[in-house]
Design a protein. Sequence first.
Length: 255
Amino acid sequence: MIALYNNRCKIPVKKREKKLRLLVVEDEKKLCDMIAKSLHQAGYEVDTCNDGEEALEMICAEMYDLIVLDLNLPGMDGMDILRELRKENEETKVLILSARSQIADKPRRYELLGRISLLSPEYLLSFERRSFHLLELEARVRSLTRRKFVQKNVCLECGALRFNTRERTAYAKETPVALTRKENGILEYLLLNQGRPVSQEELIEHVWDSSVDSFSGSIRVHMSSLRKKLKAELGYDPVVNKIGEGYKIGGNDKT
């Protein structure tokens, strides 16, 4: 509540929050409308578009808080739109939609993720078109719009630890550290969110694909390997496991 004052009275007034503005770009009109309706009901202002070239014009003309972007679009490919956006705007968050059938094979998936990471740390939500989960989409949008997540520099740093997002290479005290693809992804995400704990569920959401079980030991195995490699070069473990909260780099820790 805020209080509005004048010479005669003081009236408590509930402050009206500005609605976040989203753009949904999806070539299948029925799916696009379904997503837009769901997000509108969740409290967002939503514009829609079914064509790539038209979408780019709208993005250049308006300032959106988040763009839900399909990859396969008529007129202009989704990756080309993202590339053009990043030439002028590093702040607008983008949630990329892609049907699992489009990236079913691992080489294609890794290539896609690599291309995305070169532009900026974006998010990939893959799905089965026959079983599209709007609640999951809403959760991703809510998570992204709440997070201050802008990568203006190619290198992410925390103390003696550095990660080059273009080279996909980690350095500890300027010495390259040989990491696997998953370990790179974990380290990058922790550095992007340094100073706060990141849960296993959040790592699954942004580093793994959504088919991974949150109770799987896969994350712990990769995390353990990453921490051992970093400790061997730094002389200490830069990752803190905060029980009940998640993994953290930076903040008040030794880094």
